[in-house]
Design a protein around this ligand. Sequence first.
Ligand SMILES: [Zn+2]
Length: 548
Amino acid sequence: MSQVRIVGGTVYDPANGVDGDVRDLCIDAGRIVSDVAVDAATIDARGMVVMPGGVDIHAHVAGGAINLARRLLPEEHRGDSSRAPAVDEEASLPRSGTGGTVPSTFTTGYRYAGLGYTTVFDAAVAPATARLSHAELDDTPIVDAGFFVLMGNDEYLLRLVAADEREQAREYAAWLLGAAGGYAIKVVNPGGIEMWKGGSRDRIDLDTAIGSSRVTPRAILGTLVDAANQLRLPHAAHVHCNNLGVAGNVATTLESMRAVDGRRAHFTHLQFHSYGVDPDGRWCSGAREVAEYINAHPHISGDVGQVMFGSAATITADGPVEYLLHKSSGRKWVNVDIELETGCGIVPYAYKERSAIAALQWAVGLELFLLSTDPWRMVLSTDHPNGGSFLSYPELIRLLMDRAYRDEQRARVNPKLLAGCALADGLARQYTLEEIAIVTRAGPARLLGLSGKGHLGAGADADVTVYDRRDNVAEMFATPRYVVKGGSLVVEEGQLRRAPVGQRLYVQPEFDSAIESRLRRHFDLYSTVSFDHYPVRTLSGGPRVLAG
Ligand SMILES: [Zn+2]
């Protein structure tokens, strides 16, 4: 069906100022258009809620770390087998798989689409493993997808920072993004992973010397934030601050934001970076300070990284964090040193309502949502599967929209560390459907610089989700009635019916080719991979056009 008219839905399209207007939506050849022929196919959406397809700005779905997590969790495969869906077999072969917190590739695509999400970014790929990530995304149907490239502990980059060669660092970042086929620059615990790999177990701050006194988290952060902006990448540098998950880390987080000083930057899973220490030395919420800082600084954006009660799998390039979590929880773990580039750690985990720290984390995330005044710059994530699975998004939406339900849940959690926190004092705000449309699709699309996503104006990609209205919004958002992806009706009457191949989203910035001869020498001396074999050569589709 090339032409479709979605008839009479209540449309939420905040990017175009449409807030609950009843109107038709027209699709032709995979795009939103202003009108279609009278004999076009129709979808009756009367009485239903229509939004752009969901856009996940930060998840872990494709790559080496994810594969290791799958291997670490055989019990989840047994507990949640996933049958091949009844999709149109002429268009794509349906595949069975496994679910749990880290679903297999096909199941990941099916379940995202089944939730009304049509675009997903993997937030952390080491360039040495980029080829595997592309192979996994090739096997993740329906969603358009890309990934962010890890750079904050890259040995060659740190050498350039040590030599104060900031412009070369930018050229290197450009080359690396193109070589990996990535979409954005990811900074994880800048310098901290390199320190840890060198044997240090100390906490660091923005001015800790990483080997050379010139190389500090502040210098690495500044270099990569500048690189993203000077290269005019569609998305800002995507920053995971130092000292994740540690009491009192809100000071590091605010210092990192101040270090960026007026430049565009995105700070991710802020819940994990917003913990204070009270006068008695106990953990407390630092969410208010972080939310207020972001409210007052329009160049900064964030996503929340909400913790949801239940099973999770913590997966990060931040190896030192996983070492601490393994030590404190006694759970099984994996740690990997990715040569010259970064680290990687995995610990399966569960957030329990009776745990004082998990209850605080849950509250801190909700406070970030409820205290942020601009939903365009504080968008929804659980850092899937770190804070909880993407399948918990509907439950999270209910917590944001339904104060009575939120208060009921709050009454069940361990209150030990919640004294004096804003949520315990009672936050009355309830998100509207328009605000939900912002934090789950319009906002992430804008922050990612995806001009064809997250809105329903003429020319946009025809990614559309249609929900039945239900009193329980968690049920409403968990089971969309229709999902259209690129003009193809993938969910029909609540059932997955088609599984087309998604597009790859990547950039190919220009760079000064002089960097290549220097890099070749570096590879010859230090890498087990040859320079010529390192770049990913085959990518589906074309790169995103960079701003002029
Ligand atoms: Zn993450």
